[in-house]
Design a protein. Structure first.
Length: 167
Protein backbone atom coordinates (compact mmCIF):
# COMPACT_ATOMS: atom_id res chain seq x y z
CA UNK A 1 0.00 0.00 0.00
CA UNK A 2 1.19 3.50 -0.79
CA UNK A 3 2.47 5.61 2.07
CA UNK A 4 1.32 9.12 2.81
CA UNK A 5 3.42 12.14 3.68
CA UNK A 6 3.35 15.84 4.45
CA UNK A 7 5.84 18.31 2.98
CA UNK A 8 6.26 21.89 4.14
CA UNK A 9 6.97 24.83 1.88
CA UNK A 10 7.11 28.55 2.48
CA UNK A 11 4.27 29.89 0.31
CA UNK A 12 6.26 32.96 -0.69
CA UNK A 13 9.07 30.69 -1.96
CA UNK A 14 7.16 27.82 -3.62
CA UNK A 15 3.37 27.84 -3.16
CA UNK A 16 1.08 24.98 -4.10
CA UNK A 17 -0.28 27.11 -6.97
CA UNK A 18 3.24 27.12 -8.47
CA UNK A 19 3.40 23.33 -8.28
CA UNK A 20 0.01 23.19 -10.03
CA UNK A 21 1.29 25.58 -12.72
CA UNK A 22 4.58 23.69 -13.10
CA UNK A 23 2.84 20.31 -13.10
CA UNK A 24 5.90 18.60 -11.68
CA UNK A 25 9.02 19.60 -9.78
CA UNK A 26 12.10 18.29 -8.03
CA UNK A 27 11.65 18.56 -4.26
CA UNK A 28 15.12 19.55 -3.14
CA UNK A 29 16.88 21.65 -0.54
CA UNK A 30 16.02 19.49 2.48
CA UNK A 31 18.88 19.65 4.99
CA UNK A 32 17.55 17.84 8.04
CA UNK A 33 18.69 14.20 8.48
CA UNK A 34 15.28 12.90 9.61
CA UNK A 35 13.50 14.72 6.78
CA UNK A 36 16.11 13.34 4.35
CA UNK A 37 15.46 9.82 5.60
CA UNK A 38 11.73 10.37 5.05
CA UNK A 39 12.42 11.46 1.46
CA UNK A 40 14.44 8.26 1.05
CA UNK A 41 11.46 6.18 2.20
CA UNK A 42 9.11 7.65 -0.42
CA UNK A 43 7.94 5.54 -3.36
CA UNK A 44 6.45 6.47 -6.71
CA UNK A 45 2.71 6.93 -6.24
CA UNK A 46 2.87 7.91 -2.57
CA UNK A 47 0.51 10.79 -1.78
CA UNK A 48 1.73 13.97 -0.13
CA UNK A 49 -0.08 16.77 1.68
CA UNK A 50 1.35 20.16 0.73
CA UNK A 51 1.63 22.45 3.77
CA UNK A 52 2.22 26.21 3.62
CA UNK A 53 4.49 26.78 6.61
CA UNK A 54 4.02 30.51 7.14
CA UNK A 55 0.26 30.37 6.58
CA UNK A 56 0.19 27.26 8.79
CA UNK A 57 -2.27 25.26 6.68
CA UNK A 58 -2.50 22.15 4.54
CA UNK A 59 -3.58 23.34 1.08
CA UNK A 60 -3.20 20.54 -1.46
CA UNK A 61 -2.29 17.01 -2.45
CA UNK A 62 0.67 15.95 -4.58
CA UNK A 63 2.16 12.60 -5.49
CA UNK A 64 5.69 11.24 -5.68
CA UNK A 65 6.75 10.75 -9.31
CA UNK A 66 10.40 9.81 -8.81
CA UNK A 67 12.04 8.04 -5.88
CA UNK A 68 14.87 9.61 -3.96
CA UNK A 69 18.02 10.62 -5.80
CA UNK A 70 21.00 12.84 -4.87
CA UNK A 71 19.85 16.42 -4.39
CA UNK A 72 21.24 18.45 -7.32
CA UNK A 73 21.44 21.56 -5.11
CA UNK A 74 23.71 19.90 -2.52
CA UNK A 75 27.46 19.40 -2.53
CA UNK A 76 27.04 16.27 -0.40
CA UNK A 77 25.49 13.25 -2.19
CA UNK A 78 23.86 12.09 1.06
CA UNK A 79 21.19 14.80 0.70
CA UNK A 80 18.18 13.61 -1.28
CA UNK A 81 15.44 14.95 -3.53
CA UNK A 82 12.30 13.38 -5.02
CA UNK A 83 10.09 14.09 -8.01
CA UNK A 84 6.71 15.57 -7.12
CA UNK A 85 3.56 16.37 -9.12
CA UNK A 86 0.40 18.23 -8.14
CA UNK A 87 -2.78 16.17 -7.77
CA UNK A 88 -5.37 18.67 -6.50
CA UNK A 89 -6.03 21.51 -4.12
CA UNK A 90 -7.97 20.62 -1.01
CA UNK A 91 -11.60 21.82 -1.06
CA UNK A 92 -10.49 24.28 1.67
CA UNK A 93 -7.23 24.77 3.55
CA UNK A 94 -6.93 23.02 6.92
CA UNK A 95 -5.27 25.24 9.49
CA UNK A 96 -2.72 24.10 12.02
CA UNK A 97 -5.10 25.32 14.73
CA UNK A 98 -7.84 22.99 13.41
CA UNK A 99 -5.35 20.12 13.33
CA UNK A 100 -4.15 20.78 16.88
CA UNK A 101 -7.75 21.02 18.11
CA UNK A 102 -8.66 17.60 16.70
CA UNK A 103 -8.01 14.72 19.14
CA UNK A 104 -7.62 12.28 16.23
CA UNK A 105 -4.57 14.26 15.06
CA UNK A 106 -2.73 14.71 18.36
CA UNK A 107 0.01 12.23 17.26
CA UNK A 108 0.48 13.77 13.81
CA UNK A 109 4.15 14.74 13.48
CA UNK A 110 3.10 18.20 12.33
CA UNK A 111 1.96 18.64 15.95
CA UNK A 112 4.60 16.59 17.76
CA UNK A 113 7.66 17.46 15.60
CA UNK A 114 6.72 20.92 14.34
CA UNK A 115 10.14 21.79 12.87
CA UNK A 116 10.32 18.69 10.65
CA UNK A 117 9.72 19.56 6.98
CA UNK A 118 9.05 16.05 5.61
CA UNK A 119 6.99 13.62 7.68
CA UNK A 120 4.86 10.50 7.38
CA UNK A 121 1.08 10.70 7.80
CA UNK A 122 -0.90 7.66 8.96
CA UNK A 123 -3.90 6.60 6.85
CA UNK A 124 -6.33 7.55 9.62
CA UNK A 125 -4.70 10.98 9.98
CA UNK A 126 -4.85 11.47 6.21
CA UNK A 127 -8.56 10.65 6.16
CA UNK A 128 -9.24 13.01 9.06
CA UNK A 129 -7.44 15.94 7.39
CA UNK A 130 -9.41 15.29 4.19
CA UNK A 131 -12.63 15.32 6.25
CA UNK A 132 -11.63 18.62 7.88
CA UNK A 133 -11.02 20.11 4.43
CA UNK A 134 -14.46 18.98 3.22
CA UNK A 135 -16.08 20.34 6.40
CA UNK A 136 -14.24 23.66 6.03
CA UNK A 137 -15.40 23.95 2.42
CA UNK A 138 -18.96 23.61 3.72
CA UNK A 139 -18.14 26.26 6.31
CA UNK A 140 -18.58 24.03 9.35
CA UNK A 141 -15.01 23.33 10.49
CA UNK A 142 -13.60 25.45 13.28
CA UNK A 143 -10.27 27.06 12.56
CA UNK A 144 -10.24 26.40 8.82
CA UNK A 145 -11.12 28.97 6.19
CA UNK A 146 -13.47 28.43 3.27
CA UNK A 147 -11.67 28.53 -0.08
CA UNK A 148 -12.28 28.17 -3.76
CA UNK A 149 -9.79 25.29 -3.80
CA UNK A 150 -6.98 27.62 -4.87
CA UNK A 151 -5.29 28.68 -1.65
CA UNK A 152 -3.39 31.60 -3.21
CA UNK A 153 -6.36 33.31 -4.89
CA UNK A 154 -7.41 36.56 -3.33
CA UNK A 155 -4.80 36.61 -0.60
CA UNK A 156 -2.12 39.20 -0.26
CA UNK A 157 1.38 37.86 0.05
CA UNK A 158 3.98 39.83 1.87
CA UNK A 159 7.43 39.72 0.34
CA UNK A 160 8.89 39.98 3.82
CA UNK A 161 7.43 37.28 6.05
CA UNK A 162 10.47 36.84 8.27
CA UNK A 163 13.17 34.26 8.09
CA UNK A 164 12.60 31.16 6.01
CA UNK A 165 11.88 27.99 7.91
CA UNK A 166 14.94 25.82 8.27
CA UNK A 167 14.49 22.12 7.57
Amino acid sequence: MAKRWLLKSEPEVYPFAKLVADGETTWDGVRNPQARNNLGAMAVGDLVFFYHSHDKEVVGVAKVTKTAFPDPTADDPRWLAVGLAAVEALPAPVSLDAIKADPALRELQLVTHSRLSVMPVAATQWARIEALARDAARGSAKGARPSEGRPERGRKRSAQRGEAERS
